[in-house]
Ligand binder design. Sequence first.
Ligand SMILES: [Zn+2]
Length: 382
Amino acid sequence: MKTVEILEKLIAFETVSADSNMALINFVSDLLRDAGVEVQIIPDRTGAKANLYATIGPTDDGGVMLSGHSDVVPVAGQNWTKPAFELTHENGRYFGRGTTDMKGFLASSLAMALRAAKLDLKTPLHLAISYDEEIGCIGVRSLIDMLDAAPIRPRFCIVGEPTSMGVATGHKGKLAARATCRGLEAHSALAPTGLNAIHLAAEFIGALRDIQADLAENGNQDEDYDVSYTTIHAGKISGGVALNIVPNQCTIDFEIRNLACDDAPAILDQIQNAANVIVADTDHPSAGIEIEVFNTYPGLDTPQCSAVVDFVKSLTGANGTMKVAFGTEAGLFDQRLGVPCVVCGPGSMALGHKPDEFIEADQLRACDAALDALLARLVIGI
Ligand SMILES: [Zn+2]
């Protein structure tokens, strides 16, 4: 099968993160097994979702891993003029949810894997397809555990998130957390007899902004990013029941998007200390601010001079490198397994997560060409 034929199949699987990806995984698994490829499926606890890992070629060498996620973001509430889960070809563009992020790369990788299965590779090719990437790189962690226990690790990894085929060496890490501010309810006519949790939350947000200002002013800077420093942002707030009740609880969801050289847990400690000061200043026994981290993944900062960067540049013909604003699974592969990673894939993330998401046919062709160059190298050995 060719890239576009495979893409058409992949787009038709409605693999929104909240739903099962098993139909897609079974399709890919059948496709590879029919070509004689050995496939491992790593299911989650419910059996509704799974990662897939496949190796073509020798099993006693590290080889090159192509990595991508099977899940897509929802289409609910978006104004699509094309069918979201049906590939539409129009004026050199392929429309559909996931065309850019990132089933285009998966399709190109699978088409190349089918070609690879007919050849005698000196260096192995690995395919890693994950689930639940879009909700914080959750699913890939069990695949990483499996690789961690394996005797040999991939020598290089290409995470095919959309970079318009540029070679990206870095992205920021993320820590997502919830602060629960606790006060004491009272009749609003007697407001000072209670402790207003929304007011505590306002002070907490003030502390987040002070720490952000300090990071922007005095923290590490990396000019390769659109925003050159570590950022903190409060994205959701919820508290209060009625205007005439002093609220006893308010929650704030916030995140840290850190440069790989900044330590997100250390910044979180700073935030917790600021919260403790706010609570102590109330001098009220009901006061509290508890912080719970619900997701975290590391940043990526692959050195420009590393072998994986030279190798992937030689496949794509890229001269320079770039860094991307969005997070990927590459940080986890690098941190947990020590596998050198770059992010390089077809399409532009500016088109991802939007209605009428599409990928240019030229981008798919460029990816096919780069993966053909990879295949040629795997045949002679790297
Ligand atoms: Zn993605």
